[in-house]
Design a protein around this ligand. Structure first.
Ligand code: NAP
Length: 226
């Protein structure tokens, strides 16, 4: 039997990452990332071919990256901070550590395997990677920086056969979104949210493209607004 291709999905224990892990699990052996070993194991147990990749990526150290790696999806991320006036240095560092520095560290560790496989890096960015609004400086700055990281990485690795896809979802049903809506004091209404599976479908499109084509950037937003 032909060996499955290998995908590593950070943030695979919950939300968007879990939906991506489930979708890629149809065709790939999936390393499921997350900090909580129990949550990661529950996802692993539901997939035909999977293993845990448990680590706090912001703190390190990184677990070993598999020798074969076809797809690296960075979905782990955090949202924190309020206004510029109200946000301290520790919060800026915590958000950048998770949303940018961890992505750089894991990408660097994975590049030899990705080059060998002619692989794909998927960066789960955000609408906040394009537009910043009041009260969202920390998160948006980390996602703007992630966009710059992806743009540079894409051009650096084009010659090496590694493709880089940035996916920018709008508001998506997840624990992160529930917490955000609660902070806003609004009603949590699924009609105005993407499903995590919608984002996974975009990632699947990037994964299934012919090898000669790169989906550089995809913006996916809820069809309805409140
Ligand atoms: N939800 C939205 O509306 C939305 C919109 C646009 C973009 N995004 C982006 O989509 C990505 C996923 O968000 P989500 O809504 O699915 O969030 P979520 O439900 O809060 O899940 C976050 C995931 O990231 C993992 N994670 C967080 N910090 C980590 C760390 N330091 N080390 C390792 N894993 C860590 C969590 O692992 P544990 O389970 O172990 O905590 C969890 O699996 C994020 O990059 C987010 O910025 C979300």
């Amino acid at each position: 039997m032909e060996q499955r291709r290998v995908a590593l999905v950070t943030g695979g224990s919950r939300g968007i990452g879990r939906a991506i892990a489930a979708d890629l699990g149809r065709t790939h052996h999936v390393l499921v990332g997350g900090r909580d070993a129990g949550g990661v194991q529950a996802v692993v147990d539901g997939l035909p071919s999977a293993e845990p990749f448990v680590a706090d990526l912001a703190a390190g150290p990184l677990p070993p990256v598999p020798e074969r790696l076809d797809v690296l999806v960075h979905s782990a991320g955090v949202e924190d901070g309020t206004t510029v006036a109200g946000t301290d240095r520790a919060t800026w560092e915590r958000v950048f550590a998770a949303n940018l520095f961890a992505v750089a560290d894991l990408t660097r560790a994975a590049l030899p395997a990705l080059r060998a496989a002619g692989g794909l890096v998927v960066l789960v960015n955000s609408g906040a990677g394009f537009t910043a609004s009041a009260g969202g400086a920390v998160y948006a700055a980390s996602k703007f920086a992630l966009r710059a990281f992806g743009d540079a990485l894409r051009e650096e690795e084009r010659g090496a056969g590694v493709r880089v896809t940035a996916v920018h979802p709008g508001r998506t049903d997840s624990d992160m979104q529930r917490a955000k809506v609660a902070r806003e004091g609004a009603e949590y209404d699924l009609r105005y949210l993407l499903a995590p599976e919608d984002v996974a479908a975009v990632v699947r499109t990037a994964v299934d493209l012919p090898a000669g084509a790169s989906l550089d950037t995809a913006s996916v937003r809820p069809a309805r607004v409140r």
